[in-house]
Design a protein around this ligand. Structure first.
Ligand SMILES: *Cc1c(COP(=O)(O)O)cnc(C)c1O
Length: 228
């Protein structure tokens, strides 16, 4: 089954809602992911529990993982990073042993396989971000796959309640992506973009700082309308 949302974070939000993870439950989170995934967890009043990554695979260190699980742990977000496929068996075995709801984020590892099985198909749901700058980019989207019919049906219901974005937003996204795609071409980046960002940073407006690594760190109060 295949569902699509406006962002990966939105797909993540509705997956946790679809299986009704009770408030105050713990969810295992990677220390490296995008901030909106953490915002989703906090907005749903779940408790993120960060587990250290194995430096060789940049996925969970299995010893740390098992130690972090308590009676109150209900879900796990497995995020693959930078195209590296970890040893899946031990991670999935631990998650299944404790009956955790497994959300895989394969945004960095589209089409990757482990023992002939695609990443994104090991858990209950697999989420891929097709947002700007990703390998497969469709001007922003969160694609979700699941083999669980109940989850798929709940997700369709949520999807049907969402609003279409105004055309102007789509146009803005397309223009922004076009500029980004050119600006991040290797030669253009080295010769123009990087020196330009460096120059702008000297004047240092908020917008520029965002592109040089520093992002807002305050948790958000509620899920913004634009995510829906
Ligand atoms: C880009 C990225 C996301 C972002 O998803 P959105 O579609 O912007 O919500 C999520 N997870 C990882 C690992 C990413 O690289």
């Amino acid at each position: 089954m295949f569902n699509y949302f406006s962002f990966a974070r939105t797909a993540f939000y509705f997956s946790l809602k679809a299986v009704k993870i009770p408030e105050n439950s713990e969810i295992i989170m990677p220390p490296i992911t995008i901030k909106p995934f953490l915002d989703v967890v906090l907005c749903l009043k779940l408790k993120p529990v960060f587990v250290d990554l194995d430096p060789d695979t940049l996925c969970y260190d299995c010893n740390q993982l098992e130690k972090a699980i308590t009676k109150n742990t209900k879900a796990i977000n497995i995020t693959y990073l930078y195209g590296i496929t970890p040893d899946m068996d031990p991670i999935i075995n631990i998650a299944k042993k404790y009956n955790l709801f497994i959300v895989e984020d394969f945004s960095h590892n589209i089409n990757a396989e482990y023992k002939g099985k695609k990443l994104g198909t090991f858990g209950d749901v697999g989420i891929y971000s097709a947002s700007s700058t990703k390998t497969f980019d469709i001007h922003g989207a969160g694609l979700l796959i699941t083999e669980n019919n109940d989850i798929a049906n709940s997700l369709r219901k949520y999807q049907n309640e969402l609003e279409f974005p105004p055309r102007i937003i789509l146009l803005q996204k397309i223009i922004t992506n076009f500029i980004r795609n050119i600006a991040t071409k290797r030669s253009v980046f080295s010769l123009l973009t990087f020196p330009f960002i460096k120059l702008l940073k000297m004047i240092s407006s908020e917008e520029v700082i965002k592109f040089t690594g520093t992002r807002p760190t305050e948790p958000i109060e509620k899920i913004p309308k634009s995510w829906l």
